[in-house]
Design a protein around this ligand. Structure first.
Ligand code: DP6
Length: 321
């Protein structure tokens, strides 16, 4: 074990969504998922051994308390229980993108922390083992261990794998950061509520398996239209399941619908971009690399240009040199 370690990873947005956990497992998803890892949505994390009774966590320069800290301490406990590290740890993490924008920071956060802890532990862990560990922190983080397009299958203790390297991925995500209040129900709680109280939950998990197979096949064949259409339909199905949850889980704001409508109008005019929305209000539009500027211009008609982010496929999570 070293005195300190460093890691970095990029966020990802799912093409087919993970929404639901299998009860009685260690954060094993109830739906398989596929995602695109995105540059420049990057998290850089440093960990250091400290001589104090408790761990210390600093996120974007501010000392963390409450739930965000508890979640990280709990994750450090897993590494300690496995004998990979010992003693108290100081964690400092920076996002290159505004966390308040509500973009997927738990994915890049836990993936970067996993890389930093692997560096600290000096353990010989394969990328699949790293992905499994990251999943314990946050399901979507398992995918951020890999760059390009990553797939996470079902299983008792699944790991993600890379299905298309970043350099071979011909698609870009253009993200519209929609004006929205901070969300009140996080993914972990929302998933549990949907599992126990959405009449559409079973239909959703069954459909998710079909969409996963369709998108995986589409990615292999670089079939953009098939991937895009299935991605968008999968997103609507997930939000249908969320909305039907009692009490309802509405994540959208008026701006979300505005972007979704505009994307549809532009598609009918020949600009081929497909929309997806996570457990939040922001919309990500998937397009071919060459159409990214046109998609960003289209979004700029609806919102300030600084709220529009062109995100290219990112590489794998790393221990920086
Ligand atoms: C809607 O990975 O944040 O973004 O495992 O409880 O941390 P936990 O959940 P998390 O859920 C992501 C949900 C999603 C869809 C997705 O990224 O696949």
């Amino acid at each position: 074990m070293k005195e300190s370690g460093r890691g970095q990873a990029c966020a990802n947005i799912a093409l087919t969504k993970y929404w639901g956990k299998r009860p009685g497992t260690a954060n094993a998803p109830a739906t398989p998922s596929i995602s695109l890892t995105l540059d420049p949505l990057r998290t850089e994390t440093t960990v250091q051994m400290i001589d104090t009774a408790d761990d210390q966590v600093v996120l974007n320069g501010v000392e963390a308390t409450g739930r965000p800290k508890e979640r990280i301490v709990w994750f450090l406990d897993i590494w300690r229980d496995k004998g990979l590290i010992s003693g108290s740890v100081f964690v400092s993490s920076f996002n290159s993108f505004p966390t308040a924008a509500g973009l997927a920071s738990s994915a890049s956060g836990f993936a970067a922390l996993t890389m930093a802890l692997a560096d600290l532990a000096q353990a010989d862990l394969s990328r699949r083992e790293l992905s499994r560990l990251a999943r314990l922190g946050s399901g979507s983080a398992a995918r951020s261990i890999f760059g390009g397009i990553a797939a996470m299958p079902l299983g008792d203790n699944p790991a993600a794998r890379c299905v298309l390297e970043a350099e071979a991925t011909p698609w870009t995500m253009v993200i519209a950061v929609v004006d929205a209040p901070e969300k009140t129900v996080g993914s972990t709680e929302g998933m549990e509520r949907s599992r126990t109280a959405s009449p559409y939950y079973r239909a959703w998990t069954a459909l998710a398996k079909k969409d996963y197979a369709t998108v995986l096949h589409g990615v292999m064949h670089r079939d953009f239209t098939r991937v895009g259409e299935t991605m968008e339909a999968n997103m609507y199905a997930m939000h249908g399941c969320m909305l039907a949850t009692r009490p309802s889980l509405p994540y959208w704001s008026p701006g979300t619908l505005e972007v979704l409508q505009e994307a549809k109008v532009q598609r009918s005019k020949g600009l081929e971009a497909y929309a997806t929305v996570d457990a939040g209000a922001h919309v990500a539009l998937l397009c071919r690399h060459d159409d990214a500027d046109a998609v960003a211009d289209m979004l700029s008609l609806l919102m300030d240009r600084e709220r529009v982010m062109i995100c290219r496929p990112a590489g794998h999570a790393e221990i920086p040199a």
